[in-house]
Structures are given as C-alpha cells and as structure tokens.
Write a protein that binds this ligand. Structure first.
Ligand SMILES: Cc1ncc(COP(=O)(O)O)c(C=O)c1O
Length: 341
C-alpha cells in the first residue's frame, strides 16, 4: 500500500519517477533554484553548473547482497503483481543515513520525499537507533493487559501537544486503521451512518476507508457505506476559487438533500497529500465544522501527512484553519517505520 501511495503522490507532485534526487550524474529533476544559498548574481546558471550533493562525512558499508536484477526477479516470482517500480532499472537501496540513501554501488541520493513524508527524523538517526536497541535488549514485547510505562508516557506526550479536550489516545497499526476507528467512533457516538469527506481526499485503502478516499485511482468496486464526497475547497483550481463559504454551502446541501439531516461525521486532511498537496480555502474548516456539528456529526482531522510540524508553520495542520477537531488521526512521521498510528 505504501508503495502504491508513493507512486500516486509523486506522480501528482513531481511527475512520474522522480522521488529521489541524485545530483551526482544523470539528474532526474531540474533542481529548483530557490533552494540555492548563492546570490543570484553570483550563481552560475543551474543548467550549466555541475550538480553535486554537498559533502557528507559517511562511508556506506560494502554491499555483498543480491543484485538489483536478482531482487527484481525474485519479487516478480513471489510478490503480487500490484507492486511496481520506478525506472527501467529500479534502484536497489541498501543503506540510509539521515537525509541520504545509498544504492548497491554506494551512490548517494538525497531522499527528498522522506519515504512518503514518513521518515521525519531521517534514516537511521543515531538517537532513534539507540532507543530501539536499548529497548530490544530489555523487553521486546508486552501487552496492554500488563502494565508498562512507555505506552502511558507516550500517550501523555501526544496529549500534551493537543489543544482543547483532545486528551485521550488510541494506538492502532496504520493510518487506515486510525481512520477506520475514527469513523466507527463517529458512527457509534452520533448514532448516524453518513460520513462526509472531500473529493480528491486520501484516507486509506482498507475496506472501510476506501469509501472515504475520493480518488478513482484508489477505488475498487466494493460496498463503501454511506459516504458523501463534497467539493474540495481548492483555492487555486476549485470551482469557487478561495471562497470558503460557497464550498461550505456544498456540505450543507449534501446534508439537506442527501441525508436525513443528520450525519455521523466529517473528515478532511488540512492539506490533501496524495491528491497533490492541495490546501483548503482559508476559513473553510471553521464553517464546515459548525455545519457538521449542528447535524449531529463529529469532526475528524486526518493529520497523517500534515501533523508533527510538517506544514512548517504549525504543529498540526488543523491549526492553520483555527479549529479544534473532535478526533485527530495520525500515522506517518509518528511511526518512523517503527511504531504506528
Ligand atoms: C492523509 C492520509 N490518511 C491516511 C493514510 C493511510 O495511512 P496508512 O498507509 O498508514 O494506512 C495516508 C497514507 O498515505 C494518508 O496520506
């Protein structure tokens, strides 16, 4: 699922096959000049300059594993055909160090996408590695029917970053599962069935969240429950420009014409990630949260791609809209590929 998702995100954001930048040779992207620290007068035009990654004091370990060709052959034989890869000769990534990845020949790449905005502390960060190693030496598995301080400490730490009454944490296994649980809770709490999500949204690929997701590339012909996909308030390409009130009216219309007048909840990313980094019209969530709450619904913020400071300006994406949701879901970045959602 992660790979499928990555393909979609990258296609939307960069065009096909351009996830990892390698400036050493054969650059796959034209670098953006605004990243340069050199003044424009002094800068050599980028297309003439030799493209090089900055120095990095790390020597990847010699790689003695199977070659890219051997791995590809085995993948084709033993893994499902839904897995795909980039490039005619796909990269065999064998090591990661902070913001860089290394292929089987020791060539260094800048991981510009942090593994679908997931690896927020870089690859193999020494502090993360140390914490994992120390814990593994002590105790590798326990369950919630016994006590362990870590889960309570972690919940407390997360709650401390949340505004309002958002003080209770549920741990699950993925972003999809978090959204499934949020939807289940919204339905049980409200006693209503209908959920509202935005067109162009991605909320997961599990059998329930696939209904919330509103991108045809991620849909399959299965029952989806009662889900209303309202117009996404895209301030640049949307039918109503950045007029939040007109988009909010579409939510009201769906409730009035498509439901009994009551809904279970509303879910939205504050920046649509898989849909191509699409922001919401300013002030949209405030108006919609009011409408949804009046219809008995619960407001859910999906922070899987926007939480943990990744918007740059705020810790949570929903803060950019000045709202406090009833439920917040998160996964990537929190997980660092180790723990989840
Ligand atoms: C906004 C958003 N919500 C939910 C998910 C689902 O998360 P997971 O792949 O961990 O199930 C994703 C995955 O990319 C996502 O981008």
């Amino acid at each position: 699922m992660a790979m499928m998702l990555q393909r979609k995100v990258l296609r939307r954001t960069f065009g096909e096959g351009k996830a990892i930048l390698n400036f050493n040779s054969n650059p796959v992207l034209s670098p953006c000049t605004s990243f340069s620290t050199v003044t424009s007068a002094a800068a050599t035009p980028f297309h003439n300059a030799p493209r090089q990654l900055p120095p990095f004091d790390y020597q990847p370990k010699p790689y003695n594993g199977p070659s890219a060709d051997q791995i590809l052959e085995k993948r084709k034989k033993f893994l499902g055909p839904s897995l795909f890869y980039y490039y005619q000769k796909p990269l065999n990534i064998v090591e990661g160090k902070m913001q860089y990845l290394y292929d089987e020949n020791g060539r260094r790449y800048l991981d510009a996408f942090a593994g679908i905005v997931t690896v927020s502390c870089g690859h193999c960060h020494p502090e993360v590695l140390n914490a994992i190693t120390e814990q593994n030496k002590l105790l590798q598995h326990a369950t919630t029917i016994y006590l362990h301080h870590a889960i309570a400490d972690f919940a407390e730490a997360l709650a401390s970053k949340m505004p309002g009454n958002l003080k209770v944490v549920y741990f699950v296994n993925s972003g999809s599962e978090a959204n499934e649980l949020a939807m289940l809770m919204a339905r049980l709490y409200s006693g209503n069935l209908g959920m509202i999500s935005l067109r162009n949204a991605y909320h997961g690929g599990s059998s329930s969240t696939i209904g919330l997701t509103a991108l045809n590339t991620w849909k399959y012909p299965i029952p989806e429950g009662e889900i209303h996909h309202v117009i996404n308030p895209d301030p640049f390409r949307g039918v109503f420009g950045s007029d939040a009130t007109r988009y909010a009216k579409d939510v009201q219309d769906h409730i009035e014409y498509g439901t009994s007048g009551k809904v279970a909840g509303f879910i939205a990313e504050t920046i649509q990630g898989v849909g191509g980094a699409v922001e919401l019209a300013p002030g949209y969530l405030k108006q919609v949260y009011d409408i949804v709450r009046k219809a008995g619904g619960v407001c859910i913020a999906d922070e899987v791609q926007t939480g943990f400071g990744r918007t740059g300006s705020h810790y949570w994406g929903f803060e950019t809209q000045g709202v406090i949701p009833d439920i917040v879901t998160m996964a990537k970045s929190l997980e660092m590929s180790e723990v989840e959602a």
